[in-house]
Design a protein around this ligand. Structure first.
Ligand code: C5P
Length: 236
C-alpha cells in the first residue's frame, strides 16, 4: 500500500497508518535554520534524531510523562499516537543562549537562577512570534487548564532531563517542546533531539547540537553522533 503523506515538515514527514489513532514519523537528514532561510543536510541526522528522541521518550515514560511515542519500527521511523497538535512551541531555558541572550542582552552561558518558560505561536508565515497566556486564550489556541498542564509538564521534563544528562556530562541549556490533545488529555509530542535542544559538554562547554549547523561551527555530524553515543552507547 502506498503510504499517504499527511504532512511534510522541515525535518520530518508524517504518514497515515491503517490505524487512525497512529501516525508514522519519518526523520529526514534535511536541516534548516532561521525558519528555512538556511538549508542543508546533516548526514544520518534522521537516524540519529529518531534514536535520540526514542531514548528520551522512553526515559520520560518511565518517569511518568505521557507522550506520543509508541515504537521505532525502522532507523528513521517512529510510530506515534495521532495528536491534535496545539500550535504553541514551549521553550524551557536554564542558561542564556540564542534568542534569549540577544533579546535581553545577556552573555551566552549565563546561568539563570530558575528555569524560564517561553511560549511561541507555531506559525512559519509569522516566524513563530512569542506569545503569552492572554494571546493563547484570546485567540482560542488553548484553555488556561491546557496551558497549566503544558507548563507544568515542560518544567517536569526539564527537571528529568537536566538530572539525567548531568550523568552523561551534558548540560541542558534550553529546548523546545510541543504538546497535543489525545483522548481528552494533553500529552507531549514532536521530538527531543539536538535539532530542538541545546546540549553543551558539561566540562568543555563545547556545543553538541544544531547550533553547530546554524552558526557554521563545523563538526556538525560529530555533535549528533556524540549525543547518541553518550545516551545509548551506539557508535556511528
Ligand atoms: O532560538 P532560541 O534561542 O529561541 O531557541 C531556544 C531553543 O528552542 C533552542 O534549543 C532551539 O533549538 C529550540 N527551538 C526550536 N524550534 C524553533 C525555535 C527554537 O526547536 N522554532
Amino acid at each position: 500500500m502506498e503510504k499517504k503523506v499527511l504532512y511534510e515538515g522541515k525535518a520530518k514527514l508524517m504518514y497515515a497508518t491503517e490505524n487512525p489513532d497512529e501516525l508514522l514519523v519519518y526523520y529526514k537528514d534535511d536541516a534548516t535554520a532561521g525558519n528555512g532561510a538556511k538549508k542543508g543536510t546533516i548526514l544520518e541526522k534522521g537516524i540519529m534524531n529518531n534514536k535520540i528522541s526514542a531514548f528520551f521518550f522512553n526515559l520520560l515514560t518511565k518517569e511518568g510523562i505521557k507522550n506520543h511515542y509508541i515504537s521505532m519500527p525502522g532507523d528513521r521511523e517512529m510510530l506515534v499516537k495521532n495528536l491534535d497538535i496545539i500550535p504553541v512551541e514551549v521553550v524551557i531555558r536554564n542558561v542564556a543562549a540564542g534568542s534569549l541572550a540577544t533579546r535581553l542582552g545577556l552573555e551566552e552561558g549565563t546561568k539563570m537562577s530558575q528555569p524560564i518558560v517561553e511560549l511561541y505561536y507555531k506559525s512559519d508565515e509569522l516566524n513563530d512570534p512569542m506569545i503569552n497566556h492572554f494571546h493563547i486564550k484570546a485567540m482560542g489556541i488553548a484553555s488556561q487548564a491546557e496551558i497549566d498542564v503544558i507548563e507544568a509538564a515542560g518544567l517536569k521534563v526539564n527537571e528529568i532531563l537536566v538530572k539525567y544528562l548531568a550523568t552523561k556530562k551534558i548540560e541542558l541549556i534550553d529546548f523546545k517542546l510541543e504538546f497535543g490533545r489525545h483522548k481528552g488529555e494533553v500529552i507531549l509530542g514532536d521530538e527531543i533531539s539536538p535539532d530542538n535542544c541545546r546540549f553543551w559538554d558539561s566540562e568543555t562547554h563545547e556545543k553538541l547540537d544544531k547550533d553547530r549547523f546554524r552558526r557554521d561551527l563545523g563538526n556538525v555530524e560529530d555533535a549528533y553522533k556524540e549525543i547518541l553515543h553518550r545516551l545509548t552507547g551506539e557508535v556511528r
